[in-house]
Write a protein that binds this ligand. Structure first.
Ligand code: PNS
Length: 164
């Protein structure tokens, strides 16, 4: 069983994240999309909302023989990966600027759990500038984010802003 976790804040899920999940499907039997429970960071969406938005989108990914699961976690990613018996941590790299931070994180995770490898996947260049932070900023200021986040996520963002 080749099981990987794909950890992140996913506040909210972007098409860049979906691109990485899709690319990881042929490599693993199971992918756990691991949503960090980080209420201290004042996220736009609660961890429950983020998980249910992802769960709603999973059927559209097909799976390609890989089982896709959504789960939430607190604490260290490396410990969560070990607890779930994953052998890999998947992270997406958009541009060289991501690499330094990702390398430090991968090395720290390897120090914590030497048997778990980080697998870097290169996001499509179409998403090289897409981040959850940028999407929230642009959306909140009335900019267009179509094609960069799933339509259902965009709708949830619209609802969220309307109830503020
Ligand atoms: O995609 P993101 O939102 O930048 O994800 C960052 C994430 C959640 C992978 C990272 O912050 C993380 O692993 N946090 C959990 C705490 C932890 O393990 N910290 C040490 C990492 S070396």
């Amino acid at each position: 069983m080749r099981r990987a976790i794909f950890p992140g804040s996913f506040d909210p899920l972007t098409n860049g994240h979906l691109d990485i999940v899709t690319r990881s499907l042929p490599l693993f039997d199971e992918i756990i999309i691991a949503v960090l429970n980080n209420p201290d960071k004042n996220p736009m969406f609660s961890v429950e909302e983020r998980c249910s938005m992802i769960e709603e989108i999973i059927p559209s990914l097909g799976g390609n023989g890989c089982h896709i699961v959504v789960d939430r976690f607190s604490g260290l990613t490396a410990h969560f990966a070990k607890e779930r018996k994953a052998t890999a941590i998947v992270r997406g790299i958009r541009a060289v600027s991501d690499y330094e931070y990702e390398l430090r994180m991968a090395l720290m995770n390897r120090k914590l759990e030497p048997t778990i490898e980080t697998v870097f996947l290169m996001a499509d260049e179409e998403f090289s500038y897409v981040s959850s932070t940028l999407m929230k900023q642009v959306f909140e200021l009335g900019g267009r984010v179509e094609g960069l986040i799933p339509p259902s996520v965009e709708e949830q963002m619209r609802n969220k802003l309307a109830t503020r």
